[in-house]
Write a protein that binds this ligand. Structure first.
Ligand code: SDX
Length: 391
């Protein structure tokens, strides 16, 4: 080895880049997008306004917003040949496998993304516009229902809800409570500095791979149960606790003996937040509000609160500063909105897309070098080849 290498597994103490997009303070539990607090944005902005802010650095004027939002409405249709790829998937395919594959396929339908300088904004619009359309295909087919086409007279979130839940046999009306809850959830997931999937997008993009391929890689990284896949794991864990009589202390104990039980509380802990995840606070409050407005009584909400209470009063969690993270309560709201468990991480991807795009764009604009970390070699020293007959 020439020179020396400092080993930092999982990059726990390594800054990979400089960025002006998102600020996190893990000790205080602070999250800001381009200097605006997540609390203000979740309460006052629309998801597309936040997408514009993350990608272009400023909140859009009315004119900029109209141009951006109109362009997105006009690009929600997906090339019909993409359906042939989709039709090749087994009905049981997890929606995240479909999403990462079809987003990667977009680089074949829009090859100018690889080499045409200045075509970036077109591909940014295409991705934001088409992801919801593609995302709904898996859900509709899992029900044996026909997929829906987007409608240009609907706003971004209403369009998604319509494609998810409309049926040819009856009129579908978007419930404003559902639309507003989704707007908040998508904003809360929009960016989170150099998390696993964002770092993946930046690393893939640093080789000059096109935007679609980079985002597809981000979707794959997000799927992992330790990352975005945790929101699905949380609901499955809460359901298991409910089925097992609702005794949360038993599960807290199992998590404390993770070394032997191999069990961990999904939705708890965070690499950066050593305090409450500010997003979890907002989502927990919204859960009570949305479920009561929708008249939904979901027993797992009380189980989740009980689990939080038990964990936050237990030394194991307190010492390790393990608090509920963004994934702990989000699934309870998604479920109340009628979104199935295997689509929860897809919802995370739709929310995180503008953040991935913003970070990829920043990496390109700041001319980041190709990412190529080193290692500490621990394998065999030099040895002679032995022909197979002598082994
Ligand atoms: C997201 O990075 C981001 O910003 C991600 C994200 C985003 O917006 O992009 O915020 C989204 O991914 C949220 C996290 C969702 N994942 C989960 O909820 C899965 C459960 N959480 C853990 O797997 C874990 O907390 C991580 C992956 C989130 C963080 O892992 P770290 O930072 O590598 O911490 P660690 O695994 O080294 O844990 C430190 C200690 C360990 O105990 P000791 O070895 O010190 O005795 O805490 C324990 C862990 O065993 N621990 C847990 C635990 N999380 C950590 N014990 C029980 N239950 C847990 N959930």
């Amino acid at each position: 080895q020439t020179g020396y290498v400092t080993l930092d597994r999982g990059y726990k103490n390594t800054g990979a880049t400089k960025s002006a997009i998102t600020f996190l303070d893990g000790e205080q539990g602070i999250l800001q997008y381009r200097g605006y607090s997540i609390e203000e944005l979740a309460a006052k902005a629309s998801f597309l306004e936040v997408a514009y802010l993350l990608i272009y650095g400023e909140l859009p004027t009315q004119e900029q917003y109209a141009t951006f939002e109109t362009a997105i409405r006009r690009h929600t249709l997906v090339n019909e040949d993409m359906r042939k790829i989709f039709d090749g998937f087994p009905v049981s395919a997890h929606p995240m496998s479909v999403l990462s594959s079809l987003v990667s396929a977009m680089s074949a339908f829009y090859p100018d993304a690889q080499d045409e300088k200045g075509s970036e904004d077109r591909h940014i619009i295409r991705l934001i516009a088409k992801l919801p359309t593609i995302a709904t295909w898996s859900y509709k087919r899992s029900l044996g229902h026909p997929t829906n086409y987007p409608k240009n007279n609907l706003d971004y979130i209403s369009n998604f809800l319509n494609m998810m839940f409309a049926l040819p046999v009856e009129e579908y009306k978007v419930d404003p409570v559902v639309a507003e809850a989704l707007n908040v959830l998508l904003i809360l997931h929009a960016d989170h500095e150099q998390n696993c999937s964002t770092s993946t997008v930046r690393l893939v993009g640093s080789s000059q791979a096109n935007l679609y391929s980079s985002i597809s890689a981000g979707i794959s990284a997000l799927w992992g149960p330790l990352h975005g896949g945790a929101n699905q794991e949380v609901i499955e864990m809460l359901e298991a606790i409910k089925a097992d009589g609702g005794d949360v202390s038993k599960y807290v104990d199992m998590a404390k003996n993770a070394k032997t039980t191999g069990f961990r509380l999904f939705g708890f802990g965070h690499r950066v937040y050593k305090n409450f995840d500010p997003r979890a606070k907002i989502i927990k409050k919204a859960a009570d509000d949305v479920l009561s407005k929708l008249g939904v009584n979901d027993p797992v909400l009380e189980i989740a609160k009980g689990l939080e209470e038990a964990a936050l009063n237990d030394d194991y969690f307190v010492q390790r500063k393990l608090y509920p993270n963004v994934d702990f309560y989000s699934g309870i709201i998604y479920r109340a909105l009628g979104i199935p468990t295997n689509m929860f991480t897809v919802m995370f991807a739709i929310g995180r897309l503008p953040g991935w795009i913003a970070q990829w764009k920043e990496m390109r604009e700041t001319k980041e070098p190709i990412g190529r970390p080193r290692q500490i070699y621990t394998g065999a020293t030099l040895r002679e080849f032995v022909p197979i007959e002598k082994r």
